[in-house]
Design a protein around this ligand. Structure first.
Ligand code: SAH
Length: 395
């Protein structure tokens, strides 16, 4: 059912006609009807052309997020179709066949704004980030279980962005059984333990899967310092690839406890993994002062820039850790360095890493450029969906 019509200002229909799924409040001329938060509205150009159907979000700067640019119905069947398509894409790539943990729905880029769903073994974990996702979340949970024979759909909508939509944060079971405290998954032959109830985001950083596989190929015989390790994702890949030793540094002790369990799960001798709870910025300085050297350093920090105002500070943060990262590498060593801040563009990130190398006194080269994993696609019409970039640099 359509609950209202959003008419755009003259000349402000270009983005939507170019299939960008967001309508900003500044583009809206007027609203006909009284749509409630999350309900479906028609979007029309000033001349009356129907541009699509979307979810109404009165409290956000993004007032409509489009479900479709066609006419039609937003209902259970619509969500089933979108989910089937998303699954098919991943099946064609062999992702569910080789991984019991993967991203099934990547929001806008899978045609479902605000809807993130990760699969972890027999459970699905959903984030409803927008009013539309919130309004339909039970329907989406039903549709998910129709397409995927899972034991339950668990919601991890404990994310600050919901506040911009006028929504509270929320956690809990949407459908089926509550997941156990730990779910063990397989990722390209590596075993991981995931805490979907209390872990970060939906429990695990699936977006680094392909990059972990890349690192695995370089790891034979190496000593790896894995900074911002979370549950040791890159370290397990390194050890699987034959690394002698991997050292995790993270600020979260619960994450490191899981890392230690994960080493055992993969059958590695416990002494091949060291887990250090602390501040990366501080510890890297200490290691530099002690003159320590590693064959590989991984830098995968959290998002440093939430908005444009924080970009300068973020740039200084990246520069700082990358400079220290280069210093801690032995000559010929590899730096795997990442930025998951969408606002930090690839070119700028590369420049910051280049500056860091110069300041560290080394003439490094890029061996490879890295991206978010292929189950996190980016729609061309929605460049905002691209956020994770990385460089493999050799000192
Ligand atoms: N590389 C990980 C994901 C990293 S997410 C993987 O592949 O799974 C970023 C991590 O940085 C989080 O686990 C967070 O606890 C940690 N963190 C944030 N600030 C930190 C700091 N100053 N020092 C150490 N760890 C930090």
């Amino acid at each position: 059912m359509v609950n209202g019509t959003v008419v755009l200002k003259q000349g402000r229909d270009k983005n939507v006609r170019a299939r960008h799924p967001w309508v900003f409040s500044g583009a809206v001329q007027h609203v006909k009807g009284k749509p409630q938060s999350g309900e479906t509205v028609e979007v029309r150009a000033a001349n009356g052309d129907l541009l699509g159907l979307g979810a109404w979000s009165p409290d956000s700067q993004i007032q409509v997020r489009l479900w479709t640019v066609a006419d039609g119905k937003i209902d259970h069947e619509f969500f089933v179709q979108q989910i089937r398509q998303a699954l098919e894409y991943r099946q064609q790539l062999g992702i569910p066949q080789r991984n019991s943990g993967y991203r099934l729905l990547n929001a806008e880029s899978d045609g479902l704004p605000g809807v993130v769903v990760d699969v972890f073994g027999d459970w699905l974990v959903m984030q409803a980030l927008t009013t539309g996702a919130e309004y339909w979340k039970h329907t989406i949970a039903d549709a998910l279980l129709e397409v995927i024979p899972a034991k339950g759909v668990y919601e991890r909508s404990d994310v600050e962005v919901r506040k911009k939509e006028g929504l509270e944060t929320t956690i809990g079971i949407l459908k089926g059984d509550t997941p156990p405290a730990h779910i063990d998954i397989v990722e390209e032959g590596r075993h991981y333990r995931v805490d979907v109830l209390n872990g970060h985001k939906t429990g695990f950083y699936l977006d680094q899967r392909d990059n972990r596989s890349v690192l695995q190929h370089y790891a034979q015989g190496k000593t790896v310092l894995n900074c911002f390790s979370y549950t040791g994702g890159f370290s397990i890949a390194a050890l699987q690839g034959g690394a002698e030793k991997a050292i995790n540094i993270d600020a979260s002790q619960p994450a490191l406890d899981i890392a230690a369990q994960t080493a055992t799960l993969n059958g590695f001798q416990p002494e091949r993994m060291e887990n250090i709870c602390g501040d990366v910025f501080k510890l890297l300085r200490e290691y530099r002062n002690e003159g320590r050297q590693f064959d590989m350093v991984v830098l995968d920090p959290p998002k440093f820039a939430e908005n444009r105002k924080q970009l300068d500070k973020a740039a200084r943060g990246y520069k700082d850790i990358n400079l220290l990262g280069f210093k801690l590498l032995r000559p010929g060593g590899l730096l795997f360095t990442f930025s998951c801040s969408g606002l930090m563009e690839s070119g700028l990130f590369q420049k910051i890493v280049a500056d860091a190398a110069v300041d560290a006194g080394c003439d490094a080269r890029i061996l490879r450029k890295l991206d978010q994993a292929i189950d996190h696609p980016t729609r061309l019409a929605f460049p905002e969906g691209y956020y994770l970039k990385g460089l493999v640099c050799q000192k």
